[in-house]
Design a protein around this ligand. Structure first.
Ligand code: ADP
Length: 294
């Protein structure tokens, strides 16, 4: 039984000539305890897909089943409850509340569950210990380094014991040392039996994943199982090119070079299987408006 079943999901924003097709007929099945790295250039639909899977957004067309329940068309309150109990989010920009101290930030999701203050703070304290920040409980977010802020955000994501963690570019704002600590935490969460979905621009982080999904123009164009500790072949090729070019192995500038990959992947996929014509009659889809989101 799959944990997540996304079936022919499309997401359109705007109307008429200004319509943006953020996702087009995307289908993906995710098993419990998968660790998926979602890659692809900016604007390819990664965050939109994560927001739909995370029940922060609804698809325009298609269906989404989470733990055997059709959740895409549920009422807002029902979806919010499932989201609160099942999913923890980690964002690139940490999203900590600046007027709350660290322990209050971590305890906040438990307030929505109606837990009393003493229990909340105790649980939040345990989570901060888990991420190695027990000595920062009464600091405010502005007093933390980026790496520490992200560890607090991970503690907050874990405090309600979610089974799914969605991390949208969790290391996007971090130096390589802090990125490593954050990735090790995500890896521990995965090893503890959770399902992790992570958007990243950094191919070297795919070594933590059990599967790599590559998106382009609102579609999944590559989906590969990978061994933990290894980088999928398709990405190794680009990394070799990058390390040659930059002459050091911290993969600086890799996201720029990643932009070249979709073409490669498309060619490779084309040579593997002839593209099937869709049986479903296409509605007259509005023209895609180009976005300059970066
Ligand atoms: P990615 O995460 O890969 O950068 P996104 O999912 O954020 O891509 O965006 C996919 C496309 O949808 C982009 O063209 C983006 O501009 C557009 N988009 C995303 N969110 C909105 C929105 N709320 N309103 C209008 N367009 C949006």
């Amino acid at each position: 039984m799959a944990l997540i079943e996304v079936n022919e999901v499309s997401k359109l924003y705007g109307f008429g000539d200004a319509t943006t097709v953020a996702l087009e007929d995307v289908s993906i099945t995710i098993e419990k305890n998968d660790f998926i790295a979602v890659m692809g250039p900016s604007g390819s639909g990664k965050s939109t897909l994560m927001n739909i899977i995370g029940l922060l957004d609804e698809p325009t067309h298609g269906s989404y089943k989470l733990s055997e329940r059709y959740v895409s068309r549920m009422r807002t309150t029902g979806r919010a409850k499932i989201r609160r109990d099942t999913i923890g989010f980690v964002f690139q920009t940490f999203n900590l509340l600046p007027r709350m101290n660290v322990i209050e930030n971590v305890a906040l999701p438990l307030a929505y569950k109606g837990m009393n203050t003493t229990k909340r703070l105790k649980k939040a304290g345990e989570m901060l210990e888990r991420v190695g920040l027990q000595d920062r409980e009464y600091f405010y977010p502005r007093h933390l380094s980026g790496g520490q802020a992200q560890r607090v955000a991970i503690a907050r994501a874990l405090v309600s014991d979610p089974s799914i963690i969605i991390a949208d570019e969790p290391t996007g704002n971090l130096d390589s040392g802090s990125s490593r600590v954050v990735m090790e935490l995500l890896s521990e969460i995965h090893k503890a039996g959770n399902t992790v979905l992570m958007v990243t621009h950094n191919p070297s982080l795919t070594r933590f994943a059990s599967r790599v999904v590559y998106m382009h123009d609102g579609a999944i164009i590559h989906d590969e199982k990978s061994k933990i500790g290894e980088i999928p072949k398709i990405l190794q090729r680009s990394m070799y090119f990058v390390s040659k070019k930059t002459e050091h192995d911290d993969l600086a500038g890799v996201s720029e070079l990643m932009k070249q990959i979709p073409g490669d992947l498309k060619d490779e996929e084309k040579s593997k299987k002839p593209k099937k014509r869709k049986s479903r009659a296409k509605k007259s889809k509005p023209k895609k408006a180009r976005s300059n989101k970066s």
